[in-house]
Design a protein around this ligand. Structure first.
Ligand SMILES: O=C(O)C(=O)C[C@]1(C(=O)O)C=C[C@@H](O)C=C1
Length: 369
């Protein structure tokens, strides 16, 4: 301990009254938090009588927006957002247990996304694949699933888009999380390392950094980044690329932080479930359509949106692997539009669009984050 860090009598004397004030405020905060929890439990009782679900994404979005808009500071808005996500998660847990399936094992970005969407007071269910997340949620062994949709560097997650096509589930919400990759080993240095392991997507997202810093070390794709962290723990010749949470989980040391080539690398996840999310005031609707393969068909798709003043925020095409009917390549279009399907203009645009499409499915309306 340095001399500077030694507590001095005058430091203690000055801190004492301030810390006493913090202790008193904490008692008040605890009292108010418990009062809030009591009201949430009453809300829960009312919902049970109406067989309504505990999780209400539109209400949580509304609470978070109000908290951030009414924040006088000095606390940062994103700090309050984080704190209130957990407060609502804890209150919701008193109403009912929410079981959330995600692509495991623990320590993956999918787990981080599940916590970002629901807070930590949930029962997490790590699954071996995206298919299993859909299955668990469809079978009702999980109340909701969290699945990756799109990475800012790597593009869409094809398996999720394919499964969304035919699932009876809806998209009830979405969450985007920054994806920061770290290089980790058992020793905390790269001595004796002969292999760098990670999920193929993570290796691709760090390709330039790895080629610059460790061009001679072989790269091996493995099932998940968390698996790579586990391998690094068990084998001194392996370095893993994974999240900081995975390094902590498996007790390995970070050699280099934030090694992804794009500093703003992020992944968007969908919350899937049986819930039809109500309007929150700022919403988005996701749909998937296919059109007959004739000239001008895609252009025609956009007309009902323009006519009803509905903005399109995403347009993604995927080959239709079943080639229904015609035998020629056709495409599915995954479209995101602004607004909720219950908004009159959105409802009118969707009704017109439905008439033009060989296949038409609204995946869900949910709050913009
Ligand atoms: O308003 C509700 O419906 C509640 O159950 C309360 C509450 C909250 O803590 O504010 C908790 C869970 C819901 O997902 C939404 C909000």
């Amino acid at each position: 301990m340095t001399d500077n860090a030694q507590p001095t009598p005058s430091l203690d004397a000055e801190l004492k009254p301030l810390r006493d004030r913090i202790d008193t405020l904490d008692q008040t905060i605890i009292q108010l938090l418990n009062e809030r929890a009591g009201v949430a439990m009453e809300v829960g009782e009312v919902k049970k009588r109406y067989h309504a679900p505990a999780f209400r994404p539109e209400r949580e979005a509304e609470v978070l927006r109000k908290i951030v808009a009414g924040n006088p500071g000095p606390l940062r808005g994103d700090s309050l957002h984080f704190i209130y996500r957990e407060i609502m998660s804890a209150c919701r847990a008193l109403e009912n247990t929410t079981r959330v399936a995600f692509l495991g094992p623990v320590g993956t970005f999918s787990e981080a996304a599940a916590f970002a969407a629901f807070g930590k007071s949930v029962e997490g269910q790590p699954c071996a694949s995206i298919d299993e997340v859909f299955r668990a949620t469809e079978a009702g062994t999980a109340d909701f699933g969290v699945v990756p949709v799109e990475n800012s560097t790597e593009g869409v997650v094809n398996r999720t888009l394919d499964l969304l096509l035919h699932t009876p589930l809806r998209i009830s919400g979405e969450v985007e999380i920054p994806v920061h990759h770290n290089l980790m080993t058992r020793s905390g240095n790269m001595d004796g390392v002969t292999r760098i392991c990670a999920h193929a997507q993570a290796l691709a997202q760090c390709a330039t950094w790895l080629s610059t810093h460790y061009p001679e070390i072989e790269r091996t794709p493995v099932a998940s980044n968390a698996e790579a962290a586990r391998m690094a723990r068990d084998d001194a010749t392996v370095a893993g690329v994974a999240s900081a949470a995975a390094a902590t989980n498996f007790g390995v040391h970070i050699v280099a932080r934030n090694i992804q080539d794009d500093p703003h690398n992020s992944t968007r996840f969908a919350v899937i479930g049986t819930l039809d999310t109500a309007p929150s005031g700022r919403d988005q609707t996701s749909l998937v359509v296919s059109t007959p393969n004739v000239p001008g068909a895609v252009h025609k798709l956009l007309e009902p949106l323009a006519r009803n003043e509905v903005s399109m925020t995403r347009f993604e095409s995927r080959p239709n692997r079943t080639r229904v009917g015609t035998g020629v390549w056709t495409y599915y279009f995954y479209i995101d539009i602004e607004g909720h399907q219950r908004d009159p203009k959105v409802a009118a645009a969707l009704a017109e669009l439905r008439e033009l499409c060989a296949f038409f499915k609204v995946l869900g309306s949910y709050p913009l984050t």
